[in-house]
Structure formats: structure tokens, C-alpha cells
Design a protein around this ligand. Structure first.
Ligand SMILES: Nc1ncnc2c1ncn2[C@@H]1O[C@H](COP(=O)(O)OP(=O)(O)OP(=O)(O)O)[C@@H](O)[C@H]1O
Length: 396
């Protein structure tokens, strides 16, 4: 177990600054995902944590101990990559045993023929075998121990790679896109297994992915990285409901949040030709961006679809429907404001329980969102938390 602390980590390649001052603490036993678009610096940060790469500046500490100059082995860090990196000519058992053999046996005793010449190490070898079997049982690959990697499915290979990292009882488990080579169904399965592994082992996990769904479903907290900077570090639900910026709001959630440019007026926020009757405390004429999650907005007068709950005043939009995706239990509607077709919105509505078939939708519809569901950002995209939009006194 380990608490990881990163302080002002910086790294450049050539003249390009890839990490621009990362401050992050991962609690003992926490599952933290590092998520962000390709090239944002996720793998570089993970390699720096592991000790495979050195930062240009900054401090790395495990349980308060500076490990900046320690090797990966001294840090007690295990790492799993997307390409498994298994030895093809070795059995599963041999692949899993390799890190223990390297760590426990002296150089001459690691040679293949040395097993008969080194009776003193028989005990070590049987200890290694027992440890491999224990971890293999935990990952449910104990029936595959005699096979070679080529005789395994992708998911089984990934489990072997996880097992090989686990046998050494690491203090910190680092994973770099471990599921990206698996098909969609298997990915969901192994995702669950990794979560279970985390729960059962109690280890600190740092998990790199560019897949927001993976990050949101697996982690205690998600750290969103963009151009070498952390945009927000928070629990998945907080990232979704309480994003610090438009960038975070856009990255998290499918379909994407709708972002509508608005202007502050004394009576509320003007979006296109519509006035959202909310108190905001902003200077009149100030430009803001209003964010609406797709489930906040729902068509009015359609009994086949559930409407978002909540009382109080609402934002009411007249929409022209552009496309409808029927996903079985819910529909996703892409639409534009009728009087302001530059503004696009996305809605996601659950079907009512008795409704299982397709839901016919008109070309035009009225949709409403509770004002409490509006997220406000300034013109630069930073969240406006105070003042948040609140119900106007006397508004219906
Ligand atoms: N050894 C290196 N030498 C030069 N540039 C590098 C090196 N390693 C990474 N980079 C560059 O640093 C940037 C960040 O790379 P990194 O691999 O950390 O990104 P990433 O977020 O993990 O991306 P991906 O999701 O595509 O793996 C990229 O522009 C990459 O080209």
C-alpha cells in the first residue's frame, strides 16, 4: 500500500513542454484514473511515477519518502501495458514467475539449466511456484498455467500480464491503457475484474486511459489532463455534475453537454430569443455560456418519454429535431433552436416503463429544463459557481 504525492512535476522533450507542473496526491488504496486526449502527457506521467523516466523538475514521494532517485524496483511499483509484453516462448507460469525469479535468485541461479545445480535455491523456486499459483487462482487463470501466450485469448493474456505484475506484491499498481487491445465485450468484463482486483488487493492503482467511460466507471477519482496540465481531479460524479470548466464538461458525458452562448439581463439569461428567468448577480450585458446536460432537457407533452423531475421555473426551448437515436430503453434527440438555428442541443430521455417500441417524434417540439440544472461558465469557459442561476422571486 502507498500514498503517492507528486509536486510540480515538469518534463520537456526537445523544446516542447509535455508536463507543465503536475501536483497530485493519490491516497493509500485509492483507484485514480489519469484521463485525457492522445498526446496530453498521460503515459509520460505514468513512466515518471514508475521510475522508467526522470522528470526535469518536481518531487515524487511514496508515503512521504522522496523516491525521485529510486529505481522502479526500489519503488515497489508494478506496471501493466496495453501490449501485455509477455515472453512468447514461455508458459503462463514461467511468465508470471519471471519477476519473482529476477528479484529473488542470484544471477547464476536464474539460468535455465541451473535448477539442478543450485539445490540451495529449491526452496525459493517452490515459494515462487506457490505465489504464482495463488495469484493465478485470484485471477482465475490457474487452469492456463502450462499454456503459451499464443494459445490464449486477448482477455486471458491481459490477465496473465496483470498476474505477472501482482506476484511481486507491489505497493503501487500502474496501468497504461491495459484494455485497449480487447474487443468491446471483453473490455467490459476485464474492466470489472480490474475493479474487483483493486477491491480485493487494497493496493493503490493509477490507471491511464483516454476512454472517459472506463475512467468514470472504474475509479474513485479521475484526474483530467490536458496539454500537460491537470484540469480537474474529482470523483466521477463530481466531474460530471460539477465541472470546473467547459473543457471538463465537454470531456465527460455522452452525448456531449449542450453549450449555449447567453447574455446576462436584469430578468435572467438570454439564450437566443429565449429568456431563462433566473437570478444570477451578473452585470447586465455580460457574456456567459450555459451548459445543459442531455438528461436535463426533455420534450414536453410526450407521454412515451419521461420528463426530468423537479419543480420550479423552467427554461423552455422551441426546437427543430435533426436526428433521433433510439437506443431501446432511451432516445437521444439532436435538435436546433427554431429561432436560432446556430444553437444545437442534445437530449437524452428515458422511455416510460410501458413503452418499449419505437417512439415517433415530430419535426418540431418544445423542451424544458429545470433552471436548477443550468451550469454557467464565463466567456473563457471557467465555471461560474457564484453566482449560480437561482429561481427568480415570484417566477412561475
Ligand atoms: N521519448 C520521447 N521523446 C520525444 N517526445 C516524446 C517522448 N515520449 C513522449 N513524447 C511526446 O510527448 C507528448 C506526450 O506523450 P504521452 O505518450 O505522454 O501522451 P499520452 O497522453 O499518453 O498519449 P496516448 O494516449 O496517445 O498514449 C507527445 O507529444 C509525445 O509525442
Amino acid at each position: 500500500m502507498a500514498r503517492l504525492t507528486l509536486t510540480d512535476i515538469r518534463k520537456s522533450y526537445g523544446g516542447t513542454e509535455v508536463l507543465r507542473g503536475i501536483d497530485l496526491t493519490v491516497a493509500d488504496g485509492e483507484f485514480l484514473s489519469l484521463v485525457g486526449a492522445s498526446g496530453c502527457g498521460k503515459s509520460t506521467l505514468l513512466r515518471i511515477i514508475s521510475g522508467l523516466e526522470s522528470p526535469d523538475a518536481g518531487k515524487i514521494a511514496l508515503d512521504g519518502r522522496d523516491v525521485g532517485s529510486a529505481t522502479p524496483k526500489e519503488r515497489g511499483v508494478a506496471m501493466v501495458f496495453q501490449d501485455y509484453a509477455l515472453y512468447p516462448h514461455m508458459s503462463v507460469a514461467q511468465n508470471m514467475a519471471m519477476p519473482l525469479i529476477m528479484a529473488r535468485l542470484p544471477m547464476y541461479a536464474r539460468l535455465p539449466g541451473a535448477r539442478w545445480l543450485t539445490p540451495n535455491h529449491r526452496g525459493t523456486r517452490s515459494g515462487v511456484a506457490a505465489q504464482v499459483e495463488r495469484v493465478a487462482r485470484q485471477l482465475r487463470i490457474d487452469h492456463l498455467l502450462d499454456r503459451r501466450p499464443a494459445q490464449l485469448s486477448g482477455g486471458q493474456r491481459q490477465r496473465v500480464a496483470l498476474g505477472r505484475a501482482l506476484v511481486r506484491d507491489p505497493s503501487l499498481f500502474l496501468m497504461d491503457e491495459p484494455l485497449s487491445n480487447l474487443d468491446a465485450k471483453l473490455r467490459v468484463e476485464v474492466r470489472r475484474e480490474i475493479v474487483e482486483l483493486h477491491r480485493a488487493s487494497g493496493l493503490t492503482f493509477v490507471y491511464v486511459t483516454h476512454d472517459q467511460t472506463e475512467a468514470m466507471t472504474m475509479s474513485d477519482r479521475v484526474a483530467l489532463l490536458r496539454d500537460g496540465r491537470l484540469l480537474q481531479v474529482a470523483a466521477p460524479g463530481t466531474l460530471y455534475a460539477d465541472p470546473a470548466s467547459v473543457e471538463v464538461a465537454r470531456f465527460v458525458g455522452t452525448p456531449e453537454i449542450s453549450l449555449l452562448p447567453a447574455v446576462a439581463e436584469p430578468g435572467g439569461l438570454r439564450i437566443g430569443t429565449v429568456l431563462a428567468p433566473c437570478a444570477h448577480g451578473l452585470t447586465s450585458g455580460r457574456d456567459v455560456i450555459v451548459g445543459l446536460r442531455p438528461e436535463a432537457l426533455a420534450p414536453v407533452g410526450m407521454p412515451a418519454l419521461q420528463s426530468p423531475g423537479g419543480r420550479g421555473p423552467r427554461l423552455r426551448l422551441e426546437l427543430a429535431v435533426e436526428a433521433v437515436e433510439d437506443l431501446g430503453a432511451e432516445v437521444v434527440i439532436h435538435a436546433r433552436l427554431r429561432d436560432f438555428p446556430d444553437l444545437a442541443v442534445r437530449m437524452r430521455s428515458q422511455k416510460t416503463l410501458e413503452r418499449t417500441g419505437p417512439v415517433p417524434l415530430p419535426d418540431h417540439l418544445t423542451a424544458e429544463a429545470p433552471l436548477s440544472a443550468l451550469l454557467m461558465f464565463d466567456a473563457e469557459g471557467q465555471r461560474l459557481r457564484d453566482p449560480a442561476p437561482v429561481q427568480m422571486a415570484g417566477a412561475q
